[in-house]
Design a protein. Structure first.
Length: 182
């Protein structure tokens, strides 16, 4: 029975995480995977080259050795493993799984700051630092989404936690209190 893409990503991502941890190369592997993720994002056709049957194994291996030059030995070995088992298309999902495990170990959370106006990087970092301090995390990495319907304030979504500090929410609470008094 064939494994689903999610199962493949979970197995390989966990295996790479454990391998990197055993080799005491977790931070270096994480950094390499971030670079790979950027490259894949900018050039998604890279994945297709390594899964295309038109290219033979030797051509794929040579292309991979050129691309993987400068990466840690652990990542090079892992990419060769993906190539050997024809799971290169799952690499983005594998990287996501690895990142999730890495962030959990390093007490790093990711989330979204939804605001009525765009927030700059400094504002996002300040919000993330405040959240991290309050919840005992090392770091919180936030992305910004704009929702003009909030009127003002910010809604933070980190993991399962939602903190709604929007003006819209506060007005809705006042409205509910007024309705309950009548």
């Amino acid at each position: 029975m064939a494994l689903s893409k999610a199962e493949i990503a979970a197995r390989y991502g966990t295996a790479l995480f454990d391998y990197a941890q055993d080799m005491d190369a977790l931070t270096a592997v994480h950094a390499d995977l971030q670079e790979l993720a950027k490259a894949i994002s900018n050039y998604p056709q890279i994945l297709k080259v390594f899964s295309d049957p038109i290219f033979n194994s030797a051509e794929k291996a040579h292309s991979l050795s050129v691309i993987a030059e400068g990466l840690t030995k652990e990542v090079q070995n892992f990419l060769n493993l993906l190539l050997d088992y024809d799971h290169f298309l799952e690499l983005p999902a594998i990287i996501d799984c690895f990142n999730s495990l890495y962030n959990q170990k390093e007490k790093i959370a990711t989330g979204v700051a939804i605001s009525a106006v765009a927030l700059d990087e400094q504002q996002l970092q300040k919000l993330g630092a405040g959240y991290a301090q309050k919840y005992g995390l090392k770091k919180v990495i936030l992305k910004n989404e704009v929702d003009q319907g909030l009127i003002g304030g910010v809604v933070l979504k980190v993991g399962d936690c939602v903190i709604d500090g929007s003006v819209k929410n506060k007005l809705n609470k006042i409205r509910a209190q007024l309705i309950n008094k009548n």
